[in-house]
Write a protein that binds this ligand. Structure first.
Ligand SMILES: O=C(O)CCC(=O)C(=O)O
Ligand SMILES: [Fe+2]
Length: 412
């Protein structure tokens, strides 16, 4: 699989030997099972073994070229799968051995739709009124970092000045730190909403940067309700941007394609005081928040639980685009050994129900050189800048429903 005579392999081996020379041999003892799995898949050397990673694309003849072109391949039978019958005719699978009720819709999106969503994420979405991670530290052009970079990659972007009298959230900025935020519920919603959410402080050491250099540092942009990354709570005081129709349609289509009786009819978990709501999802599911994640091939997303939504049961829809990734999903703590899934461009994952929505999950590895042909060999000259960005990128559109059906947040 991985060519051990290649320069890249030899370099990774040298770096590994150097970095582990003085390492405490007992260090691994204290790792949780989730941490151990993260370390395994993150490793540049030895490259991770993917034989225990579920890769459903290997079952699909129309994806054979895509699978063969990348050096990374998992196995269709790595874990027990249950094929679901769908209303849409697309494939869907559930996994009896995964804690909670995870669903994977492989290749749910056509190549054309995948390219449209990539364009949308960069051209339309990564600009005001949406916020990006770069806005914390830079005064970005109004047209957003993507459009500015297309117009003039060498143009300079200046640091956001620190205002002497501003009230800042006193926390180190940066994505996804281990903050044990209070899970949102219908009962504490009001008090969480009333907590003051001053902005994160810009870094004092940021230097001017060109658009070209800044673009690979784009990590996220919000969808719908705004999110406060320092406090890990939604900031409803900023209002809501309508969820784009295409995103809404894709997510609603994924939710409607599943016969939820097949998933939850025998479920005995605690759905909270108002009981299970899956019977209504075909009509009631309405995405209103989320995030577009941009990963360069060295980026990872550490184990976390998405618990800021008041509704902790309705499906979270997660769309993968571009390079493939290893997605780990475990249980209610990091002590549950996670299951690894290989997610490829066009796949949609749904996390739904109380157990799955509160399961630890993360992305320890973006699999380099796995951009599918339908993103590389595109005749359209307008696609060229997207191809060159996507060569080293994975995009994940992660969409949620914040409020349960019938709950009036009193925000309008
Ligand atoms: O990138 C992914 O597949 C998952 C992203 C995720 O878990 C999140 O945004 O909360
Ligand atoms: Fe997540």
């Amino acid at each position: 699989m991985i060519d051990s005579s290649s320069q890249a392999y030899k370099k990774a081996r040298r770096q590994y030997l150097k970095s582990t020379k003085n390492r405490d041999p007992n260090i691994e003892k204290d790792w949780t099972p989730f941490r151990t799995a993260e370390k395994h898949f993150k490793a540049r050397f030895p490259p991770p073994d993917l034989t225990k990673v579920l890769d459903l694309a290997t079952l699909d003849d129309s994806r054979a070229l895509e699978v063969a072109a990348g050096v990374w391949t998992g196995k269709a039978d790595a874990i027990e799968t249950r094929e679901l019958s769908t209303r849409s005719g697309s494939k869907a699978y559930a996994f009896p051995s995964v804690p909670g009720r995870l669903i994977l819709l492989p290749a749910f999106l056509s190549p054309e739709k995948q390219r449209d969503l990539i364009k949308w994420s960069l051209v339309e979405h990564s600009q005001p009124p949406n916020e990006t991670n770069l806005d914390i530290h830079y005064l970005l052009p109004d047209e957003g970092i993507w459009n500015a970079h297309l117009r003039d990659g060498a143009a300079l972007v200046y640091p956001r000045p620190i205002e002497a009298n501003a009230d800042y959230t006193k926390q180190e900025p940066g994505p996804r730190q281990l903050i044990n935020n209070t899970p949102a519920t219908t009962n504490n919603f009001e008090s969480l909403t009333n907590i003051s959410k001053p902005p994160l402080p810009p870094s004092a050491t940021t230097l001017p940067s060109t658009c070209r250099d800044l673009l690979p540092r784009l990590r996220w942009t919000n969808i719908g309700w705004f999110y406060h990354w320092g406090l890990k709570q939604y900031d409803f005081s900023k209002g809501k941007i309508p969820v784009h129709d295409t995103i809404r349609e894709v997510c609603k289509g994924a939710v409607r394609s599943i016969d939820w009786r097949d998933i939850f009819a025998s479920d005995t978990s605690d759905w909270g005081s108002s009981g299970p709501d899956w019977m209504d999802w075909h009509e009631s599911y309405e995405p209103d928040a989320g995030i577009v994640n941009f990963y360069q091939t060295k980026d990872t997303l550490m184990a976390h639980v998405d618990r800021s939504e008041v509704c902790s049961t309705s499906p979270l829809c997660s769309i993968s685009l571009g390079n493939a990734a290893i997605f780990l999903i475990g249980g209610p703590t990091r002590e549950t050994e996670p299951v690894p899934l290989l997610l490829r461009s066009g796949d949609v994952v749904m996390m739904s129900g109380p157990a799955c929505r509160r399961s630890y999950h993360g992305v320890p590895r973006i699999l380099e050189n796995t951009l599918p042909f339908h993103m590389k060999d595109v005749v359209d000259p307008e696609w060229a800048p997207f191809k060159s960005y996507m060569d080293s990128t994975r995009i994940n559109i992660n969409v949620r429903q914040v409020f349960p059906k019938g709950f009036d947040p009193g925000l309008s």
